[in-house]
Each structure stands twice: as structure tokens, then as C-alpha cells.
Design a protein. Structure first.
Length: 432
């Protein structure tokens, strides 16, 4: 103790001696005084400049986070629920997304869940879900649609990518604006980011994937924000006994799994994946060759956390994930812009197509109209395939047989959306 006190006294003595030395050596001349005043003025200027920048950017961020796109409740919507109805701890959090309900909600009839916005930087995912919600009329069966599956990620722009906060779609009544978010949950809602993310299965992934909702399934009650959202979705699927889940996505043009339909291996026995694939191939070959072929892929067992893997393993649903090709998401694109998101043309991808290094053809623009149209047709053919297989399932597969979906599409299909544009199928907020 005595040794410690002596150390404190010695340190204090050095501190006092330092102050005395600085005072003795101080220059109190008029010139030195002017220099000191100027130096402090510059310091104050930079301080106020920093505060002003912080204030402006803070207001801008707050406005972006708390301003939502306008979603018009379609005529077929019979109820709007929330994820917290199925997992109460989400109530009052930013992750408590809306669930739009279309149809009968009869558990003895077929049901499908459409997930839009798992990755908000994949715009066709959300817009396709919005178009379905605003247009479908479901007479038999139930369609559940989530537009902002990872709502937090819609409040974040992708760092260092200069992505626009919003993009607009032209409609007969004016523009409809949508958010262009990020791939991962906002750090405001989940922090810190570890160097390595360990999925509950034990698989190790990059630390940034801890905020990736499509690496967090089936979720856990005691996990991160992202895992809680995943758990709530899995709980919804279980409690509502959802027969089919369709998760809508986009992929960069150089990504191998592109223009694809991915499914869990348990779907194979039902024939639902192969029948949907056949329907899409026939549509491309007979009705509209602009659709272009799709790939049919089975979910890899060694990649955990994805909807088509974990919802297939941990719930009774038959899960699918659909990908379209999105140049604005790619890594070899040019400047990021709202035009690239909506129009889909990029000269670097045009060159890459000519060099034969892409998985899909980007020799011309692949606009949002086309990508949304692909998702719409995939949804339709999945429903058609399910209906066509009724009466063919026996044994354990009879569990999935709930009769026919009866859906009025109001002229929604690949050709009409491609030719007329998305805007022709979006509702006017003023009429809601």
C-alpha cells in the first residue's frame, strides 16, 4: 500500500512540474496571442462544421429509416397480421413486419407463404410480392404475403456502394417509390459484428452473415435480432401449417445459381418441383420465348441458414426459392444508379456476355419489369403444379393434399407484366 501511495505522489508531482514548465515557457507576446486566437477559431469552425454534418446526416438517416413506401391494400386482402402475432417478443420492434392475408384462412384448404424483401437490395423480390398482394383475389385456399421480411435491412444503404435510397416505378397515376436497402440487418438493430458467424447448426460463416436473414433460419428464441425474425417466420409457418413457401430473390449475373428455382429434397417425392419446372419450360417454349429457361436446383445440405434448407428441415412446409438476374447487385457493374435498378442495362455486363463469362444473357437490358414478371409467372406455375397434382398423392404425401387453389390473377402473367410494365398493375394510393 505504501509503495502504491508513493507512486501516486510521484506521478502527481510530475504532473504539477509539467504545468509549471509550460507556464514558464509560455509566449505571451501579442503575435503569439493572435496565433492562438486564430488556431482556436479554426478549431471552433471545424467543430461546428462537424456538428452540422452530423445533424444533417442524422436527420436524413432518421427520415429514411422511419419513412416507409406506400403499400396499397389490394381488394383481395382480408386481413393484415404481424409477425409478433406468432412470436410475441417481436412486438414493438422494428422487425415486426406485416403479413397480408388473401383468401379463406381455412386450415383444411391449401396455403402458400410468399416472402419478399428477405434481401432488400434485390428489388424484384419485394415488387413482385407487392404486385401479387395488390392484384390477387383468392376464392379457395390462402395466400400469405410478407413485403418487408427483413424490415431492418430496408433502413440501411449498402456501405461504400453509393446506392440510392429510393427508386421509382412509373404508373398511369404517377410514380410509386420503393426503398433500395441492404443485404443485411441494420447495425443499429444488431451490433457488434463478429469476425466469424457460427450458425446454430455449428457451421461457420463470414461475420457479416450474422446480419443476413437468409443465413439465420430456422432462428432461435435467444439469438440476435436477425435470428429472432427468422424464428418468428418459422413459428408462423408452423402455427399456420403453411403447405408451400416461396422465397423471392435476385442474384448477380455472374452467380452460378441464377434464373433458378431451388427446392428442398423432400419436395422431390411430391413431384411439385419437377411439375413446376415443366410448366415454366412449356411456357417458355410455347407461349413466350422471352421468358428464357430456368435452372432447377436442389438445396445443398452443407449450406445452412437458408429458407429452402431450414424451413424444409424444421417445418412441414414445401419450400422453394426463386432467383432472377439483377445487374445492380453484381460486382462487375458500372456506376450504381436508380436507372440501373429499374432499366437493368449495364455496358460492363454487355461486354461480359460477349466474353461468355456470365451465367445468363445480359447482352441487352434485363429490366425490373422482366424480373418481376418472371417471379409472377413462377408463382402462377407453382400454384398450377400444386393443383394438377391433387388426387395423385398417397401415403404420407396426402398430408399436403388440401384441394385446389382458386385464384383470380386479374390478367397477371409474364407476358402482360413484361409488355405493359409493372406500373400497370400497381394501385393508386389515392384510391385506397
Amino acid at each position: 500500500m505504501k509503495k502504491m501511495m508513493n507512486g501516486i505522489k510521484k506521478g502527481f508531482s510530475k504532473f504539477i512540474d509539467g504545468i509549471k514548465t509550460r507556464w514558464q515557457n509560455a509566449d505571451f507576446s501579442p503575435k503569439a496571442f493572435k496565433t492562438s486566437v486564430l488556431k482556436h477559431k479554426l478549431s471552433l469552425f471545424y467543430l461546428f462544421l462537424s456538428l452540422a454534418v452530423t445533424l444533417v446526416t442524422g436527420i436524413q438517416y432518421h427520415r429514411f429509416r422511419h419513412t416507409d413506401p406506400v403499400f396499397v391494400t389490394g381488394p383481395g386482402v382480408v386481413d393484415i397480421q404481424r409477425l409478433s402475432d406468432y412470436y410475441e417478443p417481436l412486438e414493438g420492434t422494428y422487425g415486426d413486419a406485416d403479413i397480408y392475408v388473401l383468401g379463406t384462412q381455412n386450415p383444411d384448404e391449401p396455403s402458400i407463404l410468399v416472402l419478399g424483401g428477405v434481401h432488400p437490395n434485390e428489388p424484384a423480390s419485394q415488387v413482385a410480392a407487392v404486385v401479387l398482394m395488390e392484384n390477387l383475389i383468392v376464392e379457395h385456399g390462402t395466400v400469405y404475403i410478407i413485403l418487408e421480411t427483413n424490415r431492418s435491412a430496408f433502413s440501411l444503404s449498402h456501405p461504400q456502394e453509393a446506392t440510392p435510397e429510393w427508386y421509382s416505378i412509373e404508373t398511369p397515376f404517377g410514380e410509386r417509390r420503393f426503398k433500395y436497402g441492404s443485404r443485411g440487418t441494420n447495425p443499429v438493430d444488431q451490433w457488434p459484428v463478429p469476425e466469424v458467424y457460427i450458425h446454430q447448426s455449428g457451421q461457420t460463416l463470414s461475420g457479416v452473415d450474422t446480419r443476413n436473414l437468409n443465413r439465420a433460419f430456422p432462428g432461435t428464441e435467444n439469438g440476435t435480432y436477425t435470428e429472432l425474425v427468422a424464428h418468428a417466420i418459422a413459428e408462423f409457418v408452423r402455427q399456420k401449417d403453411i403447405i408451400i413457401t416461396l422465397d423471392l430473390h435476385e442474384a448477380s449475373p455472374e452467380y452460378a445459381v441464377n434464373n433458378a428455382l431451388i427446392y428442398h429434397e423432400k419436395v422431390r417425392a411430391t413431384g411439385l418441383a419437377s411439375r413446376t419446372y415443366l410448366n415454366l419450360e412449356l411456357f417458355w417454349g410455347i407461349w413466350d420465348d422471352r421468358f428464357a429457361p430456368i435452372k432447377l436446383e436442389i438445396s445443398p445440405r452443407n449450406l445452412r441458414g437458408l429458407t429452402h434448407r431450414e424451413l424444409g428441415d424444421y417445418t412441414n412446409t414445401l419450400p422453394f426459392l426463386a432467383e432472377t438476374s439483377n445487374a445492380s447487385q453484381g460486382r462487375i457493374r458500372g456506376a450504381m444508379s436508380e436507372s440501373l435498378i429499374v432499366d437493368g442495362y449495364d455496358k460492363f455486363y454487355e461486354r461480359a456476355t460477349a466474353l461468355g463469362i456470365l451465367e445468363v444473357d445480359h447482352s441487352e437490358a434485363v429490366p425490373l419489369d422482366e424480373r418481376v414478371a418472371r417471379h409472377i409467372q413462377t408463382f402462377k406455375e407453382l400454384i398450377n403444379a400444386y393443383n394438377s397434382l391433387q388426387g395423385t398423392w398417397t401415403g404420407d404425401l396426402e398430408y399436403y393434399s388440401r384441394g385446389l387453389f382458386d385464384i383470380e390473377y386479374n390478367d397477371l402473367n409474364f407476358t402482360t407484366v413484361y409488355d405493359r410494365g409493372i406500373g400497370a398493375f400497381l394501385l393508386d394510393p389515392e384510391d385506397s
